[in-house]
Write a protein that binds this ligand. Structure first.
Ligand SMILES: [Zn+2]
Length: 160
């Protein structure tokens, strides 16, 4: 996706997450949206810096980079929410566009899903909105439906 798509995705995700965690639509909701939006937008813009430095869709489009950005929240107690922007950038590239990303770079194979549209497609906007809605729905399901994820992991580890 282009920068416009990544910013749109980040803005919609920030608003959606604000309502997932503070559904009342009052001051705490808008405070959460304000707190998350700029870091998520910055994170969503970051991976495409590799159009100028390194190899596009590889150098900054991979899980080690996501782990490093997330590590800042754990080890330095800063860059909160930026990793969410980086993660949603990857999701949008993998799901929403035809070309994949090199998730395990420096291993250079690019992984994508057989869905999505060309970055230049006029449907890129609607695909971006749809993916944003699905992301928010997924987080809402995990947060509010108390999905039996722990039961599932216990089941899986019981099989090994
Ligand atoms: Zn990208």
């Amino acid at each position: 996706m282009n920068k416009e798509g990544h910013v749109l995705n980040a803005v919609l995700l920030s608003i959606g997450l604000g309502y997932v965690f503070y559904p009342a639509g009052d001051v705490p909701t808008f405070r959460a949206i304000a707190e998350m939006s700029v870091p998520i937008i910055l994170g969503a813009l970051f991976p495409d810096v590799d159009t100028a430095f390194g190899k596009h869709r590889k150098t900054l489009h991979n899980l080690p980079v996501l782990a490093i950005i997330y590590g800042y929240t754990v080890f330095f107690n800063n860059l909160h929410f930026v990793w969410i922007g980086v993660a949603t950038h990857y999701v949008l590239d993998v799901v929403g566009s035809k070309r994949g990303i090199a998730l395990f770079y420096p291993y250079t194979k690019e992984y994508g899903l057989p869905v999505g549209v060309a970055v230049s497609s006029e449907r890129a906007g609607i695909v971006t909105v749809a993916i944003s809605v699905l992301e928010v729905a997924l987080v809402a399901a995990v947060v509010h439906l108390q999905l039996p994820i722990q039961d599932l992991s216990a089941t899986v580890s019981g099989l090994v």
